[in-house]
Design a protein around this ligand. Structure first.
Ligand code: NAP
Length: 487
């Protein structure tokens, strides 16, 4: 983005450099700020308040004050506001996408895709809020009646990551507000502007003051207040497993309800009976979205002996045809990584694999375009013991291992503490059912590389988290079940 376009974007009313608390735009009490840089060139793009415990507490109190009026509205009335928020996101999709690419780096077409995906949660939950059904249960005694009702949990807190700056917020806020909860969000410090733009649109959509608040700043202080304040009845976190387990310990003191959407280590299995062209396209989609920086990105490829060489050859051609560049360049399908730490991690995984005998087929090094650029990379001969197979690489590296039998592929796929997404390609219907049921993951793409959908429950098993977002299950996370016995 050139200097004039950047200046125009920064003048846009959706580009906010203050927090949104109790319906007002606010600075930190101390006046402290956090600077935000563009990952494509590491140049300064703006600043946001560096808020801490006191401001987080005020936001939680505002959410608590606005709770009674919000939860008493009908589901239809809440849904109408969410639906307006959805429409406003679509009306401003180009600005929202530009803000996202500027702070996060992903190709503009992917940012547009994320804005539509993010908006879809408001539409889905606007509709679903009317179906927060309870039930009646036949009672043991004829003079009694048993009724089960659903009620909003109360004030909810959300902590979100930088890789999906908009949709990780709407996936939580759509469900929370539809259920009748109010919310305080702490977005990632690398990507606060997408969150603040959502707050501006919430205001325009008619979300009442205090119902949706965004607080930027010190993660420890804000999250500490969220887990330590008894007014907060639900904490929803998306991010790394390390931070998720810290929050789980902290939330224990107030026995807060918790949702954790954590890291993954997704396997992608290509069986000898797969449609190889479809598998290659699925592999590209599932690996390179957001330059490999998604929790559901493939981390490990397992390809059966009989098709290994043909698959690798086709994939190599596809990878070498990819264009690495600034997210604002319409040619780019791979973009810069978020920061130096991400670059170092990706390159260290490649070095470790090559050092232990893997073959580097393409890429494997930084690109001269800028400090955060790494070439799309293909490694073969990768083994289960290598770092790249054990940890989330979060970058544009395809690591391929070959296998002989179905049992071996399933064993290797499940040989990880994580269990978020998994993918496999096979045209054999018997195998499809066997493998789908045997894989330890919350989500399985079968002959499909893109699995996210507002109507489906998103989430993981094992160290990948607790709870689900999206779908009927996503609403349930913000509801309490109350049983009434009438004598
Ligand atoms: P992260 O370092 O865990 O950060 C996520 C959020 O937690 C940010 O808002 C961060 O704030 C905050 N945070 C950091 N340290 C904290 C602490 N000690 N206490 C409380 N909050 C803290 O993760 P990330 O690097 O942003 O995101 C990448 C990770 O998220 C990957 O592991 C990825 O797989 C996972 N992810 C999972 C899903 C899913 O749905 N399962 C979706 C997307 C991403 P600051 O930014 O201010 O540090």
């Amino acid at each position: 983005m050139n200097k004039e376009a950047l200046a125009d974007l920064r003048d846009n009313p959706l580009f906010r450099q203050q927090c949104f608390v109790d319906g007002e735009w606010a600075d930190a009490d101390s006046g402290a700020v956090l600077q935000v840089d563009n990952p494509a060139n590491r140049e300064f793009i703006g600043q946001v308040p560096r808020m801490g415990q006191a401001e987080a507490q005020r936001a939680i109190e505002a959410a608590n004050c606005s709770l009674p009026a919000w939860r008493e509205q009908t589901a239809e009335a809440r849904g109408a506001i969410l639906y307006r928020w959805h429409q406003l996101m679509l009306a401003h999709q180009e600005t929202l996408a530009a803000i996202m690419t500027l702070e996060q780096g992903k190709p503009l077409a992917e940012s547009l895709g994320e804005i539509k995906y993010a908006a879809s949660f408001f539409k889905w939950f606007a509709e679903e809020s009317r179906r927060a059904y309870g039930r009646t249960i036949p009672a043991a005694n004829s003079d009694q009646r048993i009724v089960v009702i659903k009620q909003p949990i109360g004030v909810a807190a959300a902590i979100t990551p930088w890789n999906f700056p908009s949709s990780m917020i709407t996936r939580k806020a759509g469900a929370a507000l539809a259920a009748g909860c109010t919310m305080v969000v702490k977005p990632a410090s690398a990507t606060p502007f997408s969150a603040l733009a959502l707050a501006e649109l919430a205001h325009q959509a008619g979300v009442p003051r205090g119902v949706f608040n965004v607080v930027t700043g010190s993660a420890r202080e804000i999250a500490g207040e969220m887990t330590g304040n008894p007014l907060v009845r639900k904490v929803s976190f998306t991010g790394s497993t390390e931070v998720g387990s810290v929050l789980m310990r902290e939330a224990a003191s107030n026995v807060q309800k918790l949702s954790l959407e954590l890291g993954g280590n997704a396997p992608f299995i290509v069986f000898e009976d797969a449609d190889l062209d479809a598998a290659v396209e699925g592999a590209i989609a599932a690996k390179f979205r957001n330059t490999g920086q998604t929790c559901v990105c493939v981390n490990r490829f397992y390809v059966q002996d009989a098709v290994h060489d043909a698959f690798v050859e086709k994939l190599k051609k596809r990878i070498e045809s990819m264009h690495l560049g600034d997210g604002f360049d319409p040619q780019s399908d791979v973009a810069p990584l978020i920061n130096q730490e991400a670059v170092d991690k990706v390159l260290s995984h490649v070095d470790d694999a090559v050092g232990q005998g893997a073959s580097l087929v393409s890429g494997g090094k930084p690109d001269t375009r800028g400090d955060n650029y790494v070439l799309p990379t293909l490694l073969t001969g990768v083994r289960q013991s290598m770092q790249i197979m054990r940890e989330e690489t979060f970058g544009p590296v395809v690591a391929v291992s070959r296998f002989a039998t179905e049992a071996e592929a399933i064993d290797w796929a499940n040989d990880t503490p994580f269990g978020l997404a998994a993918y496999f390609y096979s045209e054999n219907v018997h195998r499809v059912w066997r493998v789908a049921e045997a894989i330890e993951a919350g989500m399985v793409g079968i002959n499909a590389g893109l699995i996210s959908n507002a109507a489906a429950p998103f989430g993981g098993v094992k160290s990948s988290g607790l709870g689900r977002e999206g779908g009927v299950e996503g609403l349930e996370e913000y509801l309490e079940t109350k049983y009434l016995l009438m004598g």
